[in-house]
Every structure is written in C-alpha cells, then in structure tokens.
Design a protein around this ligand. Structure first.
Ligand SMILES: NC(=O)C1=CN([C@@H]2O[C@H](COP(=O)(O)OP(=O)(O)OC[C@H]3O[C@@H](n4cnc5c(N)ncnc54)[C@H](OP(=O)(O)O)[C@@H]3O)[C@@H](O)[C@H]2O)[C@@H](O)CC1
Ligand SMILES: [K+]
Length: 505
C-alpha cells in the first residue's frame, strides 16, 4: 500500500469526486458509513457516543456518523463550534441533516467541560483530519486536553486531532490521544513513527473506495507492507522439490558467552525452510549448537571466537549475532567482507565492526541486507534528531551503498537500494527482547538461500518475524514471550499463508 502525504490525499479525494464520479457529500457519506460499521461491530450497543466535530470535512464525517449511529438506534451526542457557516457544502448539509434525528443532542464544543458524561461513554474525535495546517492552541487545545483526561475509550476519525499526516509535531504539542484511529484508505506516515504514532492507538484502515487509477498512477516511494504485498512475494513450495533446490544457508555467529545468539539464528533459518544449513562458529559452541540444532552442520572458525571466515560459493551468508568484536575477529571479518561478492545479511557485532572501520562500508557486497537497531544505525551512519530524519538518512544510504537497510523499530522500515521504503506493521512490544534480532537474521538469510531476491527476503522476512511474534504473543504475553516462541510460531504463519494463497489461486 502506498503512503501519500496530505496534499496527495487531497488530490485522491478530488480525483475520485471528478472521475468516479461521485459528489463530495456521497464520498463523505461513504467515509461515515465505514466508521459507523466499524463502531457497530466493535463497540457494545449500550454505549453513548460523544462526537466532537471541527469546522472542516473531518467534522463533516463526524456529523454524518452521528446521524448514521442514531439511525441505527445508538445514543449519540454531537459537539460543534460556532463557525458552522464557513464550512464546506458537504459538512453544512450534514449539519442540517442532524435535524432528521431530534434525539441527537447537539452541544457547543465549549460545553463539554460542564457535561455529565455517562459511565459507558465513547469519545469520537472528528475535530481535525488531514486538513490540519498548524499546531492546535487556544480553546481547541483546552478541549483536547480535557478529553484526554476523561476515563473513556477515545476514537479518532481519520487522524488524531493535532497530528499532521506526514510530519513531526513539536514536543508537547496538543494531540487527541486515541485508543483507536479509523483512517481512510491509506496509512499516514505519522502513524508509523514512534514520536507521532504513539497518539494513534490501534490503527484501522477503512476502504472508502478512492479511485484506483489515482492510487496506481500517483508516485510514492513509501509503502506499507500489506497482505497483498506478502501474497505476491510468498512462494509456496513445490511438492517435487528437494533439499538441494532449497538453498544453503550459512550462519556465522557466536563466541564464548554469546552462543545463544548463534542458536537462535540457526534455528530460525532451519524453521524458515532452508534446504541445508551450516553454522560456522568457534569450537566452544560445537556441543551447544549440535545439541540444540541437530538439523544444522557445524563448521569451525576459531577457538573462543572467530579468527577466520570461510567463503563458499552458492551459499547465503548471515553474519554477526554474538560474533564479538575481538580484534582478530574484526580483522578476519573485514578480509571476508572484502573477498565476498555475494549479497549477505549483516547484523549486530558485524555491523559494529563495520562502524569502527568506516572505510569498510564501501566493501559491503551490493544488494546485501543490513539489519541495525537504532543505536547500531547511529554508529554506522551518525546521529539524527528523530526517527523521521533517521529514515530519510537510511533511505539515502541504502541508495548510495546499493544495499537494503532494515531499520528496526516498532514499525520497522526496510529501505531498498532503489530508494523506496517499506514500513512493516506486524510485530509487538514482546519482541523488544535480546535474541529477537538474531531470529530475524536467521529468517532473512534462509529466504535469501531459497532464492528470494534480497529486497524480497528483507520485506518478507521482517513481516514473517513480526507475524510469528504476534502469534507468540497471543499464546503468551508481551512480557513473557521469548524469541524461541517466535521461532516455534513460524510454522503456524507459513500454514496460514499457504492456506490463504491456496484460496486465492
Ligand atoms: N481524503 C478523502 O478522500 C476524504 C476525506 N474526508 C475527510 O476530510 C478530512 C479533511 O478535511 P478538510 O480538508 O476540510 O480538513 P479538516 O482536517 O477537517 O480541517 C480543516 C479545518 O480546520 C481548520 N484548521 C486547521 N488547522 C487548525 C488548527 N490548528 N486550529 C484551528 N483550526 C484549524 C481549517 O481552517 P482555517 O482556520 O485554516 O481556515 C479548516 O477549516 C479528512 O481528514 C477526512 O476526515 C472524507 O470526508 C471523505 C474522503
Ligand atoms: K480527527
């Protein structure tokens, strides 16, 4: 799914109105119907809805929603400001149509502070959407601050009021803090970055039928990895295949005291479908690795830490977890980096060694995949003021170096050599635990061995990793789930994928 900025969203709106064609009023009705359906499906019927409507079309959506909810027998209050007369025609019509339902209580926005809210209230924010053009202050800020303190579920229509769709907000800016955001048609960039996404709660993208021609032809180099992308990428296994056709994965990982990282990476590679898997590690890991993952072959690269790296043709290499940064390991790794021509997956200590030897950045084989967390990214490419600047820098460096950079985050960003960025939306806070990154390296390297193109392996691998994490969380909790649980759930994720793919084709 493409990510559009505010002005592109406005263009999508106008294009749909002109070319479907459909009136602005009808499009607003579709948006309100989508919200009403979601609310009726998800929120208990005995709820009392308090809908706060601004002076633009976001407010118009709120007014139409109030009418639809009331029409379906739900108890509804509406709050409006004084500037109703300046509104768009669609919003004005929806304001007038409130009269069809005299049972809707209409209040002034400033009266909210005096009101006795019912115990079973839900607050709906239709104050500002993609048309927000400055920070919120004055009476709107007072209202939003008041609503944020009330002990009720808060739901935003399209965008939490106070957030811009496509840029950062000032620290301490006033924003409606939603538990859920019902947004139209597209993810907005601000939902996907920690500084702004934290205001959105759970994001639900509602299809309001914006024109396909516009969506297809309007350029964007930012995407969200959605199910359509994944179904296209996933290659089901042929029944006539054999292990020789499913690639050879080499995981180079582990040192004394950090052999767990190697275990996790190699197990993940095996569980992700690699035909043959080799773990290259120092002697101290031999017994641990052969016992914990008998499916993988062991090859030696040192005693307590790696001192020499083996180069083999026709293998996909994932290097870094638990490797350590001993000077002998660093020297051997830099030589390996120079001699290798095949794309590889690089993580953890291997990234730290590169960061300490900045000249080595240009030795990274083209199409390799780097998987830094924010601190590793900073060591490699320098510090940035915020996550928006970080993704811009990652996008630039990926294109410059001809590599894929997987910038680990709540919504991990996969920056491809062609300058595009894919945001991943699977995964959860339970994965913020030592070992998760080792699992990711194993998954991506395994996909690379199975002849997924590097960019595909990165996009699909990050999605799989997050999805397995979501399955693990359902069985456990964000606190207790382990990276090991995530490996165990890879099977269920593939099962779902192959069943769904089978239904489509
Ligand atoms: N995209 C689509 O396809 C569809 C979009 N739809 C909906 O339309 C929404 C976009 O509507 P929109 O463009 O009318 O803008 P919106 O967010 O309501 O606010 C603009 C108003 O707010 C004001 N204002 C701005 N900042 C302010 C501030 N800080 N403090 C105070 N005032 C401020 C500004 O007035 P100004 O003072 O700048 O003249 C203006 O009056 C979109 O989010 C979605 O909900 C659906 O109906 C159908 C399909
Ligand atoms: K809103």
């Amino acid at each position: 799914m493409k990510i559009f900025n505010s002005s592109q969203i406005r263009k999508a709106d106008a294009y749909t109105i002109a070319h479907e064609p459909v009136t602005e009023l009808k499009l607003m009705e579709r948006a309100a119907e989508a919200c009403a359906k979601w609310l009726e499906d998800e929120i208990p019927r005995e709820t009392v809805f308090y809908i706060f409507c601004g002076s633009g079309n976001n407010g118009g959506d709120g007014l139409a929603l109030a009418r639809l909810l009331c029409h379906n027998g739900l108890s509804t209050h509406v709050f409006v400001g004084e500037s109703n007369e300046q509104a768009s025609e669609a919003r004005s019509v929806n304001f007038q149509r409130l009269a069809e339902h005299p049972e809707i209580a209409v209040h002034q926005l400033e009266d909210a502070v005096e009101l006795d809210f019912e115990a079973n209230s839900v607050l709906v924010d239709a104050l500002f959407g993609t048309g927000l053009n400055r920070e919120i202050d004055g009476k709107y800020a007072e209202l939003i601050n008041f609503l944020n303190e009330l002990p009720f579920r808060r739901i935003s229509i399209d965008v939490p009021s106070g957030l811009f769709a496509d840029r950062l907000i000032k620290e301490n800016a006033t924003v409606f803090t939603a538990h859920d955001t019902l947004s139209f048609q597209f993810w907005k960039q601000s939902f996907l970055h920690p500084e702004t996404g934290a205001f959105c709660g759970n994001v639900h993208i509602l299809d309001i039928g914006l024109h396909k021609n516009f969506v297809e032809s309007e350029p964007s180099n930012r995407f969200v990895t959605d199910d359509a992308v994944i179904f296209q990428l996933y290659k089901p296994r042929s029944p006539f295949t054999h292990k020789g056709k499913l690639g050879k994965t080499r995981i180079i990982a582990g040192s004394y005291g950090k052999m767990g990282a190697a275990v996790l990476a190699v197990k993940a590679a095996v569980h992700c479908g690699s035909g043959l898997t080799v773990i290259e590690a120092p002697e101290c890991g031999n017994e641990i690795l052969q016992t914990s993952c008998p499916e993988a072959m062991f090859e030696l690269n040192g005693d307590q830490y790696a001192t020499a790296f083996l180069i083999n043709e026709n293998e996909s290499v994932g290097v870094g977890p638990g490797l350590g940064t001993n000077p002998d390991t660093a020297k051997a790794f830099l030589k390996f980096l120079q001699d290798c021509t095949q794309p590889m997956v690089i993580d953890a200590d291997a990234l730290n060694i590169i960061a300490s030897n900045p000249d080595s950045l240009k030795m990274i084989p083209k199409d390799s995949i780097l998987t830094p967390h924010p601190k590793e990214f900073e060591r490699l490419f320098g510090s940035t003021a915020n996550s928006y600047e970080r993704v811009d820098l990652a996008q630039k460096m990926a294109a410059e170096l001809g590599v894929t950079i997987v910038l680990k985050d709540h919504f991990t960003q996969i920056c491809l050599p062609d300058g595009s960025v894919y945001y991943n939306t699977t995964g959860n806070a339970g994965m913020a635990k030592g070992g998760s990154g080792d699992v990711l390296l194993g998954i991506i390297t395994s996909l690379l061995a199975q002849k997924y193109e590097p960019a595909q392996a990165a996009i699909f691998g990050v999605w799989l990793h997050g999805k397995a994490g979501d399955f693990a969380m359902q069985k456990s909790s964000v606190e207790a789930m382990l990276p090991t649980d995530l490996i165990s759930e890879l099977g269920s994720v593939f099962k779902c994928l192959s069943e769904k793919k089978g239904q489509i084709h």
